[in-house]
Write a protein that binds this ligand. Structure first.
Ligand code: G3P
Ligand code: CA
Length: 333
């Protein structure tokens, strides 16, 4: 009997924890923040199907109906804000061929004009021949301004409201003053304006995210109205009790962004009790999406917005493959 109880302990623990933290606990938090629930956040765009953080990846995510376009914001040597994940350009561009002497340098070692000479799409075709497309060859690194234009509501799309932006200050601490520049650009383009007529916003159009608490402090000073999410690095989990991460996130903003491994009820439950939204990264497989949803995740950063939308019942009963094919046709890719 003792052995049976011991064997069943993990399952019993999970059931008990689940009872304490039901899967819908984050719904009122999301409603208060006006964040879609559960949120589908297109991680680097539709990056399972197109080169990450390029116009193609973001166009596809927009056409599919992702709630937010996720981007890692960095800055060139001449002060242009761009979307780029890595610390160097080697993995996602042909920098090694174009600027061999600077191949291991960061975005801030190049001017915008120089970055425009790089091909940010052909690497994808080589790495993913089964998903390669001629249109991807020669794609350019995207300016943040271009991303704003792409996500903005457009008469050409029947006045569709367009997705929101979920911006990570990836260069926090590296690019002095750049949070101010990000906020200034968003303000200049009207992204932080309240809706006309004093009506409440239908949806939070911008969220900020960062692994760097100091960056969120700066963003709070610059744009207190924008929800902030503290990302949690997997390698830091375990160094402190989980409640310390929750307390830090609650002191800094509205949400916490852990990896999917921190998706258990004893992670998500305390975050909800602290009034935090919980968005997990980077969740791509159907079983992961289903499990995290059951366990109370409020949204996912996903490379496969198509799959997340399907799992969350957001495709109006249509087949995922059909919706995806239509998005490719509409975007001309
Ligand atoms: O921003 C959420 C998730 O993107 C964090 O990981 O490395 O993909 O920026 P990373
Ligand atoms: Ca990111």
């Amino acid at each position: 009997l003792l052995l049976s109880l011991l064997a069943a302990a993990p399952v019993l623990l999970l059931i008990a924890a689940y009872a304490l933290s039901p899967s819908s606990a984050g719904a009122p938090i999301a409603a208060r923040l006006r964040v879609p629930y559960p949120a589908v956040i297109a991680h680097r765009g539709l990056s399972a199907w197109a080169p990450e953080e390029t116009r193609a990846a973001y166009l596809l995510a927009r056409e599919l109906g992702a709630d937010y376009l996720e981007a890692d914001v960095q800055r060139t040597s001449d002060g242009v804000l761009i979307a780029l994940h890595d610390d160097t350009l080697e993995r996602t561009t042909d920098v090694a061929a174009v600027f061999p002497e600077r191949r291991g340098r960061g975005a801030d070692a190049f001017t915008w004009q120089e970055l425009q000479r790089l091909d940010a799409g052909s690497w994808w075709n080589a790495a993913h021949p089964e998903r390669a497309r001629p249109a991807y060859a020669g794609l350019r690194i995207l300016r943040l301004e271009e991303l704003l234009d792409l996500a903005a509501p457009a008469a050409a799309r029947g006045g569709a409201p367009g997705p929101g932006l979920y911006l990570e200050t990836k260069g926090a601490g590296r690019y002095a003053g750049y949070e101010r520049e990000i906020v200034a650009l968003l303000r200049a383009r009207g992204w932080l304006d309240p809706p006309p007529g004093g009506a409440p916003a239908a949806m939070a159009r911008v969220l900020f995210q960062s692994f760097v608490p100091e960056s969120l402090v700066r963003l709070r000073e610059l744009a207190p109205e924008v929800p902030r999410v503290l990302l949690i690095d997997r390698k830091d989990v375990g160094k402190e009790p989980w409640r310390a991460f929750v307390q830090r996130a609650a002191a800094l903003g509205a949400g916490i962004g852990p990896s999917g491994y921190e998706g258990m009820p004893w992670h998500t439950g305390p975050a909800h009790l602290a009034g935090l939204l919980v968005h997990h990264y980077t969740i791509n497989q159907e079983w992961q999406l289903r499990l995290l949803r059951q366990l109370g995740s409020d949204g996912v950063f996903t490379d496969s917005a198509d799959r997340a939308l399907a799992v969350f019942g957001r495709l109006g009963g249509r087949e995922r493959t059909a919706v995806l094919a239509e998005a490719f046709t509409k975007t001309g890719l």
